[in-house]
Design a protein around this ligand. Structure first.
Ligand SMILES: [Zn+2]
Ligand SMILES: [Zn+2]
Length: 75
């Protein structure tokens, strides 16, 4: 599953917690979404690692399964 640029619909590349559009050459803050319930995840930061926790009962979500969506700050 890949996300697309909200401006030009180019596929976005995930870089850390950001989504980068090679076409617009800009990046977007990403929001971590639970793959099971489609709700925002809580970020738990500890010792340089980030864990993703679903507050809706799905527990800890492996980073590989986290869905990142572009967070539109200002358009
Ligand atoms: Zn774009
Ligand atoms: Zn969930």
């Amino acid at each position: 599953m890949s996300e697309h640029c909200p401006i030009c619909q180019h596929p976005l590349v995930i870089q850390d917690e950001r989504l980068y559009c090679a076409s617009c050459q800009r990046d977007f803050a990403a929001k971590a979404i639970c793959p099971d319930c489609d709700r925002p995840l809580q970020l738990l930061k500890a010792c340089g690692a980030t864990d993703y926790f679903c507050p809706n009962g799905d527990g800890l979500i492996s980073r590989k399964r986290v869905v990142f969506r572009p967070l539109i700050e200002s358009l």
